[in-house]
Design a protein around this ligand. Structure first.
Ligand SMILES: Cc1ncc(COP(=O)(O)O)c(C=O)c1O
Length: 427
């Protein structure tokens, strides 16, 4: 906060743009933290919110239900192969807390009380609450809480740009998979493996190589470990398919969605479980098998109504096909972006691009952490009419999913101009 004198106050939004109190327009390059689907203020979605508000704005899901939440759960089960039931929450971190609790309690419910450990991928991110911090441990973010976080088994992840010396990309993938197998085969206390599905986003846009997630899924089945997938940032079309785990040919026991679930209009997340998990929570009251978890706004009918409309629009507009086509525009810019002096690597899938900036291209030397890259790029981006938010030394492009080809061209050109004009401030 000390570095910031003031903040632009966003007062309006329209389509791809956020508009501040001085009337400046900023292209939303990060889809308002990766959740926006259609752009801002889409009448179909805002009208649904108003209509649902007048009917039923909120009623608890403790002992009750509501029609929009029921309908949404049915749709989510339809689009998510192998899943059986839905548990609602109001943000992604909570959805992951729920997933972790479900996975741990499952083993307890079936009497396997020694299965209590969680394995994860290094560099993963699952939210900012304590359980989520423990399984998605990013040292820079969470180091100050290390002592309070429960231990996890951490498996390295293949980042093609930064493969350790002595390995090539494929060798290193096998090394990571072997490590998982070793851990699983030596330790029957492992309850579950938790990972993002398709790519690690907050960890720096690490896109998983083909077959990697599928092989982890197979190892989980082989060694009786539950697979918990986090599709909060990567599902719902972000990486170019509705449900990323099907594209990855993997089968989770539990999966979480959030962010784009409501099109980016209201706060809602969902944790889905397969029948095996769900059934383990059934019993007489006195068996104490139920999941002690519930939030005030669980299953909020306005959020569910807008999520239903959002899903309807996905179908009506054939959004996934559109994303697959539009996202090819990114590829046309690979060469131009790579030529920039400070660009070390470009990583892209679907509507997600990470541009890693380096001090020295040849040696891949990271930019000094003393530079406030986030602020430099935020300010430089504003000068070029875009709202940018970097993650460390990675420029993130995570635009609204329904962005048009022309809009994406515009965004990429403005991003290139921004990098070039900020370059001398970061090296
Ligand atoms: C993969 C992943 N999981 C969980 C979360 C946490 O979601 P939320 O910010 O809604 O709590 C995020 C947020 O960026 C995420 O990227």
């Amino acid at each position: 906060m000390k570095e910031w004198d003031s903040f632009s106050e966003i007062v309006k939004s329209k389509g791809m743009y956020l508009i501040d109190s001085d009337g400046n327009n900023y292209f939303d390059a990060v889809g308002s933290m990766w959740c926006n689907v259609w752009g801002h203020s889409k009448p179909e979605l805002t009208n649904v919110i108003a209509r649902q508000c007048k009917k039923l704005q909120h009623s608890s899901m403790f002992n009750l239900t509501n029609e929009p939440a029921e309908r949404l759960a049915e749709s989510l089960i339809k689009i998510s192969p192998d899943m059986h039931k839905v548990f609602y929450s109001d943000n992604g971190s909570s959805a992951m807390e729920i997933a972790i609790k479900m996975a741990l309690q499952y083993w307890n419910n079936i009497g396997e009380t020694k299965k209590t450990k969680i394995a994860t991928l290094e560099n993963g991110y699952h939210g900012d609450t304590f359980g989520a911090m423990a399984v998605g441990y990013v040292p820079e973010f969470f180091g100050k809480f290390k002592k309070q976080l429960f231990p996890t088994i951490q498996i390295p992840v293949p980042n093609k740009y930064r493969i350790p010396k002595g390995y090539d990309y494929l060798d290193y993938q096998n090394f990571c998979l072997d490590k998982i197998e070793k851990e699983f085969s030596n330790d029957d206390k492992i309850a579950s493996f938790v990972m993002e599905s398709g790519a690690q986003v907050a960890g720096g846009v690490i896109i998983f190589p083909k077959g990697f997630q599928m092989k982890i899924s197979k190892l989980c089945k082989k060694y009786n470990v539950l697979l918990v997938l986090d599709e909060i940032a990567t599902g719902f079309g972000r990486l170019g398919s509705m449900v990323q785990y099907t594209e990855q040919k993997s089968i989770p026991d539990i999966v979480s969605f959030g962010k784009m679930l409501t099109g980016g209009y209201l706060t809602m997340a969902a944790t889905l479980a397969n029948k095996k998990i769900y059934d383990s929570f059934l019993g007489e009251f006195n068996d104490w098998k139920h999941l002690f978890h519930g939030h005030t706004y669980t299953g909020n009918p306005i959020a569910a109504a807008v999520a239903n409309e959002n899903l309807k629009l996905y179908q009506k507009n054939n959004l996934i096909k559109k994303i697959q086509k539009t996202s090819k525009i990114f590829e046309e810019y690979y060469d131009i972006i790579s030529e920039i002096k400070t660009v070390g690597d470009i990583r892209h899938k679907g509507m997600l691009m990470g541009i890693e900036l380096v001090k020295d291209k040849k040696n891949k030397t990271p930019i000094s952490p003393k530079k406030s890259i986030n602020k430099i790029f935020f300010e430089e981006g504003k000068k070029h009419g875009i709202y940018l938010r970097t993650l460390g030394n990675i420029i993130m492009l995570v635009p609204p999913l329904a962005i048009s080809e022309e809009e994406l061209d515009f965004l990429l050109n403005r991003t290139i101009d921004t990098i070039k004009s900020a370059e001398n401030k970061i090296t």
